[in-house]
Design a protein around this ligand. Structure first.
Ligand SMILES: [Zn+2]
Length: 212
């Protein structure tokens, strides 16, 4: 345990020294990089030891024309490692435990900056119609479930936001006419919540107290 800590300290000091005192070109000399590769070191290992970016190291691999096997560049950092070997795994596990103890998830309180309205609109515009309907690989035609059909409907047709029955502008729902939920716009009318319930009850689909 003691020697492990010492070697970590050496690497940390070396990293700090390199970051403060040297430029990448000073550290990653042809001799240094060539030797590291010959020793079988991966780009990540060199990156950790020098305090430089993994990408920088790989850039120097190319610069010096070093033949590095693919697995040498991309290796999963925690492969073949146990929690006792690596401080980062320990920290990650402890953080996960801590989060569970405080009954919050690891990303609780983490918040990405909200998307701008224009950005949202752009995304929605570019996605519209791309993954819905017949183009979707999940297309099941008339066998699709009730909610699936409603999703299809709302993706395919824009609601006007006016109830077809009471003609009042308010949030509307798609009401089915034939009770077969066909993949056909003509099989649906746009009704407000109240009219929808009344409509369904009049058809015997829905039972219960009539909304006032
Ligand atoms: Zn209505």
């Amino acid at each position: 345990m003691g020697s492990w800590k010492f070697s970590q300290l050496v690497v940390a000091l070396n990293t700090w020294y390199n970051m403060v005192m040297k430029k990448p070109i000073d550290i990653l000399t042809k001799d240094f990089v060539t030797q590291a590769v010959q020793e079988g070191k991966r780009s990540r290992e060199i990156a950790r030891e020098t305090g430089l970016n993994d990408r920088t190291i790989r850039w120097y691999f190319r610069k010096y024309n070093l033949q590095v096997p693919k697995w040498n560049i991309h290796k999963v950092w925690n492969k073949d490692k146990k929690a006792v070997d690596d401080i980062r795994i320990k920290v990650a596990i402890e953080a996960a435990h801590e989060a569970r103890r405080g009954n919050g998830s690891w990303n609780k309180g983490l918040k990405l900056p909200p998307l701008k309205k224009e950005t949202k609109a752009k995304i929605s515009k570019s996605l519209k119609g791309k993954y819905v309907g017949i183009k979707s690989s999940n297309w099941k035609g008339e066998k699709a479930s009730y909610s699936r059909k409603h999703k299809w409907l709302s993706a395919e047709y824009n609601k006007e936001g006016i109830c077809a029955h009471c003609k009042i502008q308010k949030p509307t729902e798609w009401a089915n006419i034939s009770q077969k939920y066909l993949r056909n716009r003509k099989d649906y009318i746009e009704l407000c919540r109240q009219c929808h319930v009344k409509y369904d009850m009049s058809k015997g689909i829905r039972f219960g107290r009539k909304p006032s």
